[in-house]
Every structure is written in C-alpha cells, then in structure tokens.
Design a protein around this ligand. Structure first.
Ligand code: C2O
Length: 492
C-alpha cells in the first residue's frame, strides 16, 4: 500500500524532516481497504498477544524519539495539553465540555494507533480498548474497575505501560487487586440520554468554535464514566495536562470511542449530522511521518467505512451517522439561559474533604414547583454546582446523593444516588481556560422522594470514594481539595 512506509523509511524521513511544519492538504483517511482492523477488548489479551507486544514496542519507540520529534511520547501528550499549558506545535488542542469531545478524541487515538503501527513494525496492530466493566466474564484477565495487569506489572521502567504516579501509592501505581468504585464506571445515565447535543445530553453542548475546555457541564458520557475514570486513576490521568503520558489513557479513550458507537446503535440516537458546523470542523494532528494532517469531523463518523476499524463485541455500524445534506445547513440549537430556568439557588462555599459532607439545601417556598417538575416525565430537574475549583486534583471522586436520610448508608444503587462528581478538567481557576467550573446532575427521581420526605430542605451528601482493594474500600487518600460556591436547582 502506497502510504504504508517501512520503519526504516520512517526513521530516515523524520530525521530529515527535522521540525515538521509542512501542512499537507486534507489526506484521505481510509488507508485500509479490504480487511478491517479489529480493536480488541484488553480483558482477553495476555502479554504475548501481538497487539500488546506492539503497543509496548511502539510506546517505547515514542519514548526513545528525540524530544523535538512530533511523535515523541511527551510531545504527543502535549497535543492533548502541555503540563503547564505552554505553547508548542498543536499543543493544548484537546476538546472538552462540548460537542467535539467525541470526534476530536477519535482522531487523536486514530493517529496514535497509526504511529504505533508504524513504529512497532506490526502493520496489523489495532489499539485495544479497556472495558472497565468487564467484571468476572469468563476469561477476563481482570476484575471490574481493575487496571489490566500489563499496565502495572512489572513496576519499573522496563515496562513502557507502567506509570508510577497513579493512585494506590507511589510504588504501587494501581496494583494487584485495586479497582475503581463501581459508580465511577457507570454508563447508565449517558446511555439513557436520547439526543446528542446539549450540556446534559450525550455529546455535550454546542459551541461556535473549537474550545480547549468549555465552561458548563460536560456531556453525559464525558462526565461519567470518562471524567470519573480519569479522576479515579489519579496521578497523570487525573490532570488533562499530563493524562496522555499515562499509556492507559489511549485504551480508556478507545473504550469511550466504542461507547459512542454503542450509544448510536440504540433506537433513535443520531449524531448532529444535519449541522454543517459540526460536520465540517477540521482538527489537526501529526501523521506517521510527523507532518501536520487535517481531518474533518464528517470524515471520521463511520469508523468501519471511513477509517477501516471496528470494535470486537460491537454492534453493526449505524447508517444514520453520515453528514450528507449537511452543506449549507447551520442549525443553531438554542439553550435558554440557566438563570431563566432556575427554581432554587443557594450560595454557600463548600469544601469537600476526606470525609462525607452533608449540606441541607433550603427549598424556600419552591417545593410545589419543584415537585411539579420532578413528577412530570416531560420536564427534568437538575442540580448544578457552580464555581467549582480544585487547589490540586483530589485523586478521588465523590458520589452525590440527594435526600439520603441521615444515618442511612450511601449506596450507589439506591434511589438517592444522582451521579459521580469528578474534577478532571477543573482547574484552580475553575474550568481550564475558563472562568467557572460547573458540574451538573439530573435529580428527578431522588428529588421527588426527598421533597415528600421533607418539603422545606433537601440534604445533599458528597461521599468520597477511594480505590477498592480485594473487595474492600480503602481509606481515601486525599491529594487536593474541591470547593464550590453555589448550588442551583433548575429545570432542563
Ligand atoms: Cu481529553 Cu480523557 O481526555
């Protein structure tokens, strides 16, 4: 195939190219015709599987490249975000908190996969995905929420998949038996959303132009499990400026990419393919020769047909996901201001720590309106925390409960549970590159019950969750504090 070069060619080209900067015209993305690459579930892959051997070899090769090479490991991670937000070629371009979260990250791991294919010398390499809900499925090599063994053993720098700063202790780096708490892995809320565009919908809010980190709540799958898995692993993964330095990042995002397909396959779900702005948006990356390549959203929507890959255990591709008549259509999707939909707002600065925090939210005289909304299937109540900041990433996630009776244990399967608060992407000034961190939870069912139990105030409980080791929850190792300044309950 014309554009598959040998490893030797590659090394010669990159050595000669020096500092890249050549911008190629838009390149056809479908480089694989005929056979389709199959991305495998890592739960079945042992250390000798070719995809694992090649992943390790490829990552090691990226680590060995000179720091100035665009395919160098840290340089590639800087495309996501530089640790200090410093400028550089394509640095700080990840898209969070809005409707381009999914396509941008699809492209980022696609070009990564091609680089690994090239550097490992294995032309059949496919990036595996980390199915964290794998559980005790027969043959699974790890438990639900546990990191695959290959990523923490051996625990030294002969293992290119190891990262020493994950939660679980510096030496451990998330080791044997350690697992993420089940609530942080849940896809239920996201999968139940029926539309793509909107800050509380599957894919996130509409924005006019690419935005590194948009203010406002993240789309539902981005919030949970995407953000919560990042925060629960902690260390590099907990911070967008370092996240892509942990090799598990790429398997996590491979799974997020797969979950996008799974969502689309459900009845009535579709991408915003009628919106030209969404469809035509270009993003830039580096190809395997270290040259800048431009790729548009509409060219990456059907993974198998356009990009030549599919997921093991994936439903068949969704035909509706095509930008066809999109040209010229600029459909604005209005979101009324949150102020105009607010029912209750309560100013109180809260700092979350290593112990549960319980706050009583006064309902004023709004109980009847709140109940009306909560009990109407066409209307939804949302709890929104505003002014969210961290001094450092806390390394834990918080389960959030509405109306949990005092003294009752916090169990995420209870009707009081409304979601997991994760601060991935929230900085010391709120959202990265933005004024205010905002995190939201749909609360209909829990609020209806809480208002019946007590019409004047509703308790909101935040329960920090550390790792689970051998089935037992470990004490929370708090590394930073989360604060927020305002509660708002609004109609959606
Ligand atoms: Cu751009 Cu999982 O992060």
């Amino acid at each position: 195939m014309a554009n598959r070069r040998t490893r030797r060619d590659f090394l010669i080209t990159t050595a000669a190219a020096g500092s890249l900067a050549i911008v190629l015209p838009e390149e056809l993305l479908a480089t694989k015709v005929g056979a389709v690459f199959v991305r495998r579930n890592v739960k079945f892959l042992g250390p000798n599987h070719p995809d694992i051997v090649s992943l390790k070899a490829g990552i090691q090769a990226m680590k060995n490249l000179p720091a100035a090479n665009p395919l160098n490991w840290n340089r590639w991670a800087n495309i996501h975000r530089h640790p200090n937000g410093l400028a550089g070629p394509l640095f700080n371009t990840c898209q969070h908190g809005h409707w381009w979260f999914f396509p941008w990250h699809r492209m980022y791991i696609l070009f990564f996969e091609r680089i690994i294919r090239q550097l490992s010398g294995n032309p059949n390499f496919s990036l595996p995905y980390w199915d964290y809900t794998a559980g005790t499925v027969a043959g699974s090599l790890y438990n639900a929420g546990a990191l695959p063994r290959l990523f923490w053993s051996p625990q030294n720098n002969t293992n290119p998949l190891y990262n020493s700063v994950r939660n679980g202790g510096a030496a451990a780096g998330f080791n044997a038996g350690a697992a993420i708490t089940p609530a942080a892995l849940s896809t239920t809320v996201a999968m139940n959303t029926t539309t793509f565009v909107g800050s509380l919908r599957f894919g996130g809010q509409q924005v006019a132009a690419p935005t590194h980190f948009a203010g406002g709540p993240h789309g539902r799958l981005e919030a949970n499990p995407h953000d919560s898995v990042h925060s629960a692993i902690g260390g590099d993964m907990g911070d967008p400026g370092r996240a892509a330095r942990d090799p598990i990042f790429f398997l996590h995002h491979c799974n997020i990419d797969r979950l996008w397909n799974v969502w689309l396959k459900q009845a009535g779900r579709t991408n915003p393919t009628g919106n030209a702005a969404w469809c035509k948006q270009p993003f830039q990356f580096f190809n395997t020769s270290g040259q800048v390549i431009t790729s548009r959203v509409r060219d990456v929507l059907r993974a198998q047909a356009q990009l030549g890959y599919r997921y093991e255990e994936e439903p068949l591709p969704q035909a509706s996901s095509v930008c066809t008549t999109a040209e010229g259509i600029q459909e604005a999707i209005p979101e009324p201001s949150v102020e105009s939909r607010t029912v209750v707002v309560h100013q109180q600065t809260i700092t979350l720590g290593a112990a549960p925090t319980r706050v009583n939210l006064p309902m004023g005289n709004r109980t009847e309106s709140l109940r009306g909304i909560a009990n109407d299937t066409r209307r939804n109540l949302v709890l929104r925390l505003e002014g969210v900041k961290v001094d450092r990433q806390p390394g834990v996630v918080y389960e959030v409960y509405v109306g949990l009776p005092a003294g009752q244990p916090a169990v995420h399967t209870s009707p009081h549970f409304v979601g997991v608060l994760a601060t991935f992407g929230v900085g010391t000034h709120g959202g990265h590159g933005d004024s205010d961190g905002v995190i939201s939870f749909p609360i209909d069912r829990a609020a209806a019950a809480a208002l019946t139990a007590n019409p004047t105030s509703v308790p909101i409980t935040f329960v920090p969750r550390g790792l689970i080791v051998d089935g037992r929850e470990q004490p929370v190792q708090l590394q930073g504090n989360v604060t927020f300044t305002r509660f708002r309950v609004h109609e959606e």
